[in-house]
Design a protein around this ligand. Structure first.
Ligand SMILES: [Zn+2]
Length: 271
């Protein structure tokens, strides 16, 4: 049987947790069918590293952005620098950006400002946006709505993804109506996530993406250890079981969606 290659749409390959075995980690992913990995930057430095990785490894792409945790230390000049980095050929998205009112490492105002700048940048460059949202659902929806009414992004045509989506059915609907994709990771298999299965089933197949968010959020069977892209098939398997679909269906749909959203050229060279 021909199994579709997978796309890990959200990995942090630049972090030091991969310093000792980055190349081997990417090879392990290829061996289990994860043909493409988007390495996601969280500040200027890690965004530059993500671009370097996209140049170095076939199948690796980069997203460049400022994480809400880092929002307090940036200004408009940094966004201009981000815009320059975003012009490299391996860059497929702006992000991750967003709002995190759980940890609040940056003040609310700084997070909102950094997100608005990056939404405008994504519109200007025609790149999709990768959004992190934690305990800030209503603020996020309000901000995206007002960006739409100010024509920063266009209703129904906004290209982007809510990564590690964990909202309820109503919030999912709002994002879907705006045109967003919803990305799920290994946390859907945690015992504490059992109550989210209805939401997971409610997401249309053509809006689903999968990710590891590695080195964070490992699958249940690897809790407490480093996560990596080669574990992505475990998540696809759980997702297929929850949605009562076949592994191949979920693999094929999520890969097609990733190709469409991020304009990837698929790396079929998996084995
Ligand atoms: Zn992330």
């Amino acid at each position: 049987m021909n199994i579709s290659p997978l796309v890990d749409t959200h990995a942090h390959l630049d972090v030091s947790a991969f310093d000792k075995d980055r190349a081997e980690t990417i090879i392990r992913a290829l061996k289990v069918g994860v043909g493409n990995i988007i390495s996601v930057g969280t500040n200027l430095e890690s965004s530059k590293k993500a671009v370097e990785l996209s140049k170095q490894y076939a199948g690796v792409y980069a997203a460049v952005g400022i994480h809400p945790h880092d929002a307090t230390v940036i200004d408009k000049a940094d966004i201009a620098k981000l815009g320059e980095i975003a012009k490299y050929s391996g860059v497929v998205a702006i992000g991750e950006t967003g709002l995190d009112f759980h940890r609040n490492y940056s003040p609310k105002r700084a997070q909102i400002q950094a997100l608005e700048w990056q939404l405008a940048l994504s519109a200007e460059l025609g790149l999709p946006i990768i959004i992190h949202c934690r305990e800030a659902e209503q603020d996020m929806l309000d901000l995206l709505c007002s960006s739409m009414s100010n024509n920063v992004i266009t209703q129904g045509k906004c290209r982007g993804v809510i990564h590690c989506f964990s909202g309820d059915i109503d919030i999912a609907k709002e994002y879907l109506n705006m045109g967003f994709y919803l990305s799920l990771g290994a946390y859907i298999g945690y015992p504490s996530s059992a109550s989210t299965h209805d939401v997971i089933r409610s997401i249309p197949q053509d809006r689903l993406l999968v990710e590891t968010d590695c080195p964070f959020l490992p699958p249940q069977s690897h809790r407490g250890k480093r996560n990596e892209p080669s574990y992505l098939p475990l998540t696809v398997n759980i997702l297929a079981t929850i949605r009562k679909e076949s592994y191949e269906d979920v693999a094929m749909a999520s890969t097609q969606n990733a190709v469409q959203l991020f304009h990837l050229s698929l790396n079929n060279n998996c084995k």
